[in-house]
Every structure is written in structure tokens, then in C-alpha cells.
Design a protein around this ligand. Structure first.
Ligand SMILES: [Cu+2]
Length: 160
């Protein structure tokens, strides 16, 4: 969770003006209701201009939030896709306004939810960092960095 510290700090600084608090109010960090972890992107396969990104979105708030858009300077557009099996046929569909339920994690991963980078002019290669901006209905924009690494390098790989 180390990557989340800057976001949390920014949110704390923005939300609580004075460092000295008169009351003990541990539940007032609404600005940091969402956190992102385990973000990574897979290398762009040879001969195509698409790539996939994965992350976990955690909603610490008591209300649901929704992912509205994702953008990256590394691709023409970024879509949120869900992969499902229709019999033996694997299908991808775009998801609009993905719900992040209250108090829940939404886990993206190979074979399931993913960010789809479409129109990747400069292929993602291992060791690069891909910047992505996620915009949420309530939490607003959150910038994340997805390190590019091959599939299988993650301990969270479910084998998609
Ligand atoms: Cu896709």
C-alpha cells in the first residue's frame, strides 16, 4: 500500500487545513475514499496496437462510487472491459460507469476486468511506466502509474 501514501497525504492536506485537531475524528478522510493498488500493464503483443492494464480499486467509503472514464497519454483511448465466457467463446464487452460498491474492492486481472488501451502507437515494453488517469463520479480524478511487466510476474495472476 506504499504507493497510496502520496494520494492520502494530498487528500489529508486538502481536507484538513490545520494540523492540530481539536476532536478525534478518524472517519473524516472522505477525500481518500478510494485507493488503487496492484496496478500493472502487460506488454503490447507484437503486431497489434492494443494492450491491457490491471489494478485493484478499493472503496473505503460507505457509499458506492463509479468509474466514469480512463485516459492515458500512451494510447488514443482507454476502455474498461469485462471478459466473460459465453460457452467456449471468450468475449469482451465495454463497461460504462463501473460500480465500485461501498466498502468493497473491484479487482481487475487477466481473464476478467481490464483496462483496454486502444491505439497504442508506441508499444508498451517491460520496465516502462504507463500513466493513467481514472475519473470517478464522486472521488474525481485519480492518477495511477502502471508498471509494464509480463503476465505471470504477478503473484495475483489467476491465469487468464
Ligand atoms: Cu479488452
Amino acid at each position: 500500500m506504499k504507493v497510496l501514501l502520496p494520494l492520502l497525504l494530498v487528500a489529508l492536506v486538502a481536507g484538513c487545513g490545520a494540523p492540530t485537531s481539536q476532536h478525534s475524528t478518524p472517519e473524516t478522510h472522505s477525500e481518500a475514499a478510494l485507493s488503487i493498488s496492484d496496478a500493472w500493464a502487460s506488454p503490447t503483443p507484437a503486431g497489434v496496437d492494443v494492450s491491457a492494464g490491471y489494478l485493484v480499486i478499493s472503496n473505503h467509503a460507505a457509499v458506492a462510487d463509479h468509474l466514469l472514464t480512463a485516459t492515458s497519454p500512451r494510447s488514443e483511448r482507454v476502455e474498461v472491459h469485462e471478459m466473460t465466457m459465453d460457452g467456449a467463446v471468450m468475449q469482451m464487452r465495454a463497461v460504462d460507469r463501473l460500480e465500485i460498491p461501498a466498502g468493497s474492492d473491484v479487482e481487475f486481472g487477466p481473464g476478467g476486468m481490464h483496462l483496454m488501451f486502444i491505439g497504442v502507437a508506441d508499444p508498451f515494453t517491460e520496465g516502462q511506466n504507463v500513466p493513467v488517469r481514472l475519473v470517478f463520479e464522486t472521488a474525481g480524478p485519480i492518477d495511477v502509474t502502471l508498471p509494464v511487466r509480463p503476465r505471470g510476474a504477478s503473484s495475483h495472476d489467476h491465469g487468464g
